[in-house]
Ligand binder design. Structure first.
Ligand SMILES: Nc1ncnc2c1ncn2[C@@H]1O[C@H](COP(=O)(O)OP(=O)(O)O)[C@@H](O)[C@H]1O
Ligand SMILES: [Mg+2]
Length: 281
């Protein structure tokens, strides 16, 4: 039956509202069902810049925002993301168990404090060169159908582990310190990513001293200029990061009001597309 939207009789108005409601509900359901999750890699050239801490912090902040998150420790042989997430006793499956071992993604360890945060650890019994990159990429593509965000905690360096991670991801969070050596290193990794056609690369400057924050603006600008990359966030030097790991708890639980926890929450909001001010005071 045809009807003119501008000329409905009283009986047709509730019907039109019902149709509109149903239409919106179906649109939402289809959106949720078919929207693919985002693959983010957390990397740096140098070791010890804070990739694992940043990865765990952002993952728990995204999960606390209600997002479905899968964290994958890709530091084959040196895994420690389980500690920063407070999951060292979880007996989690490794990503290899899923990519090549036939286990479904549903068997990934679920965080007891964040039911929408799942975790796969890194395998210890196979060198990274022997990992099948095709199977790894296929696993990531399946994960995109089930999770809003998939975070890959990369190993240090630009070798096989780096290639495995960068091949699969589409957004890159480059964790660096503010010192010149760290920045040069970040610039080099940025160049390598750009050469392989990866465009969405952002900097996270970690372990910035609070007392330097007022004067550090120049330094941060220098960091961005030297690295030629836009800034995603600044994380202050905060002893709670190491203490939380030592007590086997995620930082957002151990010290939710700490400077680093606030920084991780701000970065997680920016990743979701919200605007959050930088902490210059
Ligand atoms: N913002 C921070 N403030 C203080 N210590 C930090 C901070 N970020 C990381 N650390 C510490 O630095 C060390 C290396 O961090 P980690 O996340 O393991 O780096 P990576 O994964 O790059 O090797 C750890 O002891 C961690 O607790
Ligand atoms: Mg690490």
């Amino acid at each position: 039956m045809d009807y003119d939207e501008n000329n409905l009789n009283n009986a047709q108005i509730p019907l039109a509202f019902c149709e509109l409601f149903l239409y919106n509900e179906i649109k939402l359901w289809i959106g949720r069902r078919w929207r693919l999750g985002e693959l983010l890699a957390v990397l740096s050239g140098k070791g010890g810049t804070g990739k694992t801490s940043v990865c765990a912090g952002i993952a728990s902040a995204l999960a606390a925002d209600g997002k479905k998150v899968l964290c994958i420790d890709c530091d084959v042989g040196l895994r420690n993301l389980d500690i920063s997430l407070g999951l060292s006793d979880s007996g989690a499956l490794s990503f290899l168990d899923v990519s090549e071992g036939g286990y479904p993604l549903e068997r990934a360890a679920v965080h007891p404090g964040y039911p929408n945060l799942s975790f796969l650890t890194a395998p210890m019994n196979r060198p990274v060169e022997k990992i099948d990159p095709e199977a790894f990429s296929d696993m990531l593509q399946s994960a995109r159908k089930q999770f809003d965000y998939i975070l890959l905690d990369a190993p240090a360096g630009v070798d096989a582990g780096f290639r495995l991670v960068s091949r699969g991801a589409e957004r890159f969070l480059l964790v660096t310190g503010a010192g010149p050596a760290a920045v040069r290193d970040a610039a080099r990794v940025g160049d390598i990513l750009e050469l392989s056609g990866k465009r969405d690369v952002r900097l996270i400057v970690n372990r910035v001293e609070k007392t330097m924050l007022k004067t550090v603006r120049m330094t941060i600008d220098d960091v961005m200029d030297t690295a030629g990359l836009p800034l995603l966030g600044i994380v202050l030097e905060d002893p709670n990061v190491t203490l939380a790991a030592a007590f086997g708890q995620p930082l957002l639980r151990y010290a939710r009001r700490s400077e680093a926890a606030a920084a991780y929450r701000r970065i997680a909001r920016r990743i979701q597309g919200f605007s959050e001010p930088l902490p210059f005071r």
